[in-house]
Design a protein around this ligand. Structure first.
Ligand SMILES: NC(=O)c1ccc[n+]([C@@H]2O[C@H](COP(=O)([O-])OP(=O)(O)OC[C@H]3O[C@@H](n4cnc5c(N)ncnc54)[C@H](O)[C@@H]3O)[C@@H](O)[C@H]2O)c1
Length: 264
């Protein structure tokens, strides 16, 4: 288990969920890992459990990224994983509208600030931190929602689509600069993490809701965070040396077909 031996990796939003699973897989593969998150308490606890380091980082903050660049000036692998749907938190009444007719501009911007600005700032830092070695791997966590329209989560879908595109821009820019800095995106769907909690609720219909959410998924189940982490390990490793600007879906087969496809 040494596919990432000798590499230093920084993962954003690593306190829990997919980010924590990626950090764990990287540690298992021999990388030196820096976990970062906006949640210092959970982030430190996750890092302690892995025997890794933790640094506070709000990915939407340019000042926080500057501090990270001073603390960790060189890097081999960066995972821009931190992301929000806009439905987090406890709401007084109904959750905010995120459809294209009723969404508030502030709510739209808040989602883009974390998902898109955070990824842009991360890539900018990552390129600088990998330039000295002239090589590295930047992995952006987009979503299935970046590839199709999502009527009730417009900002989330828009920000994830922009991450997909920015990934390709970064890949081409780095290649054009003669750098072996690769940049690829991962597009998960329906991975069981705390992100789903506000949508699943704690009511008696929780199991029913969960089953309904994967009813149209060909593999008929939610994915696991460690299954996404396995893809991140591949992209971080030298085995993926010829992969850049690529988008990898991990979605139980959802995007393999559509309701418009001929039935069986
Ligand atoms: N779970 C899924 O089904 C799924 C599907 C597609 C894409 N994704 C993407 O995968 C990534 C991780 O999702 P998850 O399911 O593990 O989510 P999660 O909500 O379980 O974890 C997200 C982590 O990001 C942190 N975070 C939030 N805002 C931050 C900020 N401004 N700066 C730094 N950290 C911040 C949170 O504190 C949390 O630790 C996200 O980008 C998400 O959009 C998830």
């Amino acid at each position: 288990m040494t596919r990432l031996a000798g590499k230093t990796a920084l993962v954003t939003g690593a306190a829990r969920g997919i980010g924590a699973a990626i950090a764990q897989a990287f540690v298992t593969e021999g990388a030196e890992v820096i976990l970062t998150d906006i949640d210092a308490k959970a982030g430190q606890a996750t890092a302690d459990a892995l025997g890794a380091r933790f640094a506070l980082l709000d990915v939407a903050s340019e000042r926080d990224w500057a501090a990270i660049a001073r603390q960790f000036p060189t890097l081999d692998v960066l995972v821009n994983n931190a992301g929000i749907t806009g439905f987090e938190g406890v709401f007084d009444g109904a959750p905010p509208a995120h459809d294209p007719e009723h969404a508030r501009l502030d709510d739209w911007r808040a989602v883009h600030a974390v998902n898109l600005d955070g990824t842009f700032l991360g890539c900018r830092y990552g390129i600088g931190a990998m330039r000295a070695k002239g090589a590295g791997s930047i992995i952006n966590i987009s979503s299935r929602s970046g590839l199709v329209g999502i009527p009730m989560a417009a900002a989330y879908a828009s920000s994830k689509a922009a991450i997909r595109n920015h990934t390709k821009t970064v890949a081409l820019y780095c290649a054009g600069q003669g750098l072996k800095i690769r940049c690829n995106s991962i597009h998960p769907a329906a991975i069981m993490t705390p992100m789903w909690e506000p949508m699943l609720g704690t009511g008696p219909d929780r199991a029913e809701r969960q089953a309904a959410m994967v009813a149209d998924t060909p593999l008929q189940r939610f994915g696991r965070a460690d299954e996404v982490a396995a893809l991140a390990v591949l992209l971080a490793s030298d085995e993926a040396g010829y992969m850049t600007g690529a988008e990898l879906t991990i979605d139980g087969g959802i995007l393999a077909g559509s309701a418009a496809a001929p039935g069986s």
